[in-house]
Design a protein around this ligand. Structure first.
Ligand code: ADP
Ligand code: MG
Length: 342
């Protein structure tokens, strides 16, 4: 029988599954739509995201991992199981062995939650479940030499949280987390447009603006974007043009807070590791790392070279995949393993 071990990144914004020998097989928004009255699950992932903000009263589309913590555990479990099952395929023609599953988890997660994730994996058909802390997975995925006695600094700017960690000899030496990340940037843009232009926009429009014209450093060239929403003066639809400079202004607080959490982590770091970081630089991962010039701004603020991982959006899941491929090498980093008899 084939072995289809899988690695899972349950992110606040996106969930990804890596299948051994096949690569990334699922990359979908972490959203679940369900009927509030019957508790019936209607859609998971991409399909459910399209429903956000567009559902009738009895249907809700939620992000179960909202702020980096598991806001709704039952829904998170359903989502995890749905992605695991989907990645395993179905039908009689498949005769796969039960997979071993590595799941990336936030470092702040409680033991009860860890156990619940492991149970969910086993219920979904996993043979064995291993948990790996997300910053460690991100660093492995970004190809940092984390097993060596060198301080490696990774900053993962996701949707709900920014997680900063310094890893050496395979373990987290210092870490820090902030709720300021991609979602907060979107909210800052929506707030700015509401206050400045009296226009109400949805969260997906705000995200779109951020991705297209947002930046962490004032742009040299002028860029504009037309944005539609609801005019607060009369409640009717309206389209305005906004400039990159406005977007930069709107994002300043959020990116400043990200710089602060990075600086605090460096301050808490043992001196030998600080000199390693100075020499090797800081690596950014997560979708939020793709905000234009976030690396440039962080380098200016910290005085340390900063680079964005070339697989920023997939570093965590690729890290879980590498950990799977080399379970022996990474076994000390994989915690709370539980194997089921069969
Ligand atoms: P999580 O691990 O929390 O699921 P991700 O690492 O998938 O989060 O990152 C999602 C965040 O990255 C979202 O807030 C999204 O808007 C943001 N993002 C994705 N691409 C870009 C981009 N090109 N510029 C700025 N932000 C981006
Ligand atoms: Mg993530």
């Amino acid at each position: 029988m084939w072995n289809r071990d899988i690695g899972v990144d349950l992110g606040t914004a996106n969930s990804l599954v890596y299948s051994k020998g096949r690569g990334i097989v699922i990359q979908e928004p972490s959203v679940v739509a369900f009927n509030k009255d019957s508790n019936q699950i209607l859609a998971v992932g991409e399909e459910a995201k399209l429903m956000i903000g567009r559902t009738p009263g009895n249907i809700v589309a939620v992000r179960p991992l909202k702020d980096g913590v598991i806001a709704d555990f039952d829904i998170a479990r359903v989502m995890l199981q749905s992605f695991i099952k989907k990645s395993m395929g179905s039908g009689r023609k498949y005769r796969w062995a039960k997979p071993r599953v590595v799941v990336g988890i936030p470092s702040s997660i409680t033991n009860v939650e860890k156990k619940a994730i492991i149970d969910a994996v086993i219920q979904a058909g996993g043979k064995e479940a291993f948990l790996i802390e997300e910053p460690v997975a991100a660093a492995i995925g970004a190809k940092l030499p984390i097993i060596e006695p060198i301080g490696n600094m990774i900053v993962d700017v996701g949707g709900g949280t920014t997680d900063v960690a310094v890893i050496s000899l395979g373990g987290i030496v210092v870490n820090n987390s902030s709720k300021t990340a991609g979602n907060e940037m979107d909210e800052a843009i929506a707030r700015y447009i509401k206050n400045k232009h009296n226009l109400l926009i949805g969260e997906r429009t705000a995200e779109d603006i951020k991705v297209k014209i947002g930046s962490a450093v004032a742009l040299e060239e002028e860029v504009t974007l037309s944005v539609s929403g609801r005019d607060l003066a009369n409640g009717l639809p309206k389209t305005i043009t906004i400039e990159g400079a406005e977007c930069y202004l709107a994002l300043q607080d959020a990116v400043g807070q990200i710089a602060d959490v990075v600086k605090q982590t460096i301050e808490n770091c043992p001196p030998e590791l600080v000199s390693d970081i100075l020499e090797h630089g800081i690596v950014l991962a997560g979708g939020g790392a793709l905000l234009k010039d976030l690396d440039v701004m962080l380098a200016e603020e910290t005085g340390v070279p900063v680079m964005v991982a070339d697989n920023a959006l997939t570093a965590v899941v690729e890290g879980t995949g590498l950990a799977l491929e080399e379970l022996e090498l990474y076994k000390d980093m994989l915690r709370d393993r539980r194997s089921e008899s069969g």
